[in-house]
Design a binder for this molecule. Structure first.
Ligand SMILES: C[S@@+](CC[C@H](N)C(=O)[O-])C[C@H]1O[C@@H](n2cnc3c(N)ncnc32)[C@H](O)[C@@H]1O
Length: 220
């Protein structure tokens, strides 16, 4: 059973519509069922699923209030992708692409969209292939627990060049990741402390320019 206090704390921090709450509840139920056979989140985080994963994902929406089209890279068990899809279902014309190369996780994400009615589409493929074949511009690209920042910038650069804002959920090592990333990229960025507490933050990136083609060989 999810902890009711944890859920109440998450929803107090990040209020959502009644319809979105029902979608999120359906998603949490499904995730807990699949978690018994497939590792979707660290088992130690299950008691704080709502604050640790759902509220963490929801905080991105206020940083891209006008975005309608999203792409979530390396969606895994659905953070932030499925959570955002649940909210976007309330917004006419809004949607999110969920990019995931692991077949089991992609199957889980499809089922999560089906039972929640979330506004999204699963792309079971490698991120580089997805980005290279992306013909329609996206307004916002997201990623969480996917790769070091310099690599995320490599993944997202074509989308940001076409006008997307990138929002990366990051942990406490963000300063060293930024230092490493600036060896390869000139970036226009802002750091937002996590609204869910802890040492995490959101790195918002609105410009990415490759510094030196030879040096970025390993950055994507
Ligand atoms: C550590 S998990 C994080 C999942 C989720 N974003 C979260 O925060 O819970 C990273 C996910 O990215 C996927 N992934 C890693 N590299 C990828 C790539 N190049 N293309 C597509 N998916 C990738 C992995 O299969 C995995 O499910």
């Amino acid at each position: 059973m999810p902890d009711p206090a944890d859920k109440a704390a998450a929803l107090a921090l990040m209020p959502v519509s009644r319809e979105t709450q029902a979608r999120l509840e359906a998603y949490v139920d499904l995730l807990r069922q699949w978690q018994a056979v497939t590792n979707l989140v660290a088992p130690s985080t299950l008691p704080t699923l709502w604050t640790r994963h759902i509220a963490d994902s929801l905080q991105l929406l206020d940083l891209a209030p006008n975005a309608k089209t999203f792409a979530d890279l390396g969606s895994g068990g659905g953070f932030p992708g499925i959570v955002l899809a649940c909210v976007l279902a309330d917004r006419p014309g809004a949607r999110i692409d969920l990019v995931e190369r692991n077949a089991k996780k992609a199957a889980f994400l499809r089922e999560a969209l089906r039972i929640t009615g979330g506004a999204g589409e699963v792309h079971h493929r490698d991120i580089v292939d997805y980005v290279d074949s992306c013909t329609d511009p996206v307004d916002c690209v997201t990623a969480r627990a996917l790769a070091p920042l310099h690599q995320l910038l490599g993944f997202a650069e074509p989308l940001v060049r076409n006008g997307a804002k990138a929002l990366f959920l990051k942990g406490q090592d963000v300063e060293s990741e930024l230092t490493e990333a600036t060896k390869y990229w000139t970036i226009k960025s802002a750091l937002h402390p996590s609204r869910t507490g802890g040492d995490g933050c959101v790195v918002e990136v609105t410009g990415i320019v490759r510094r030196n083609i030879a040096a970025t060989g390993g950055a994507r």
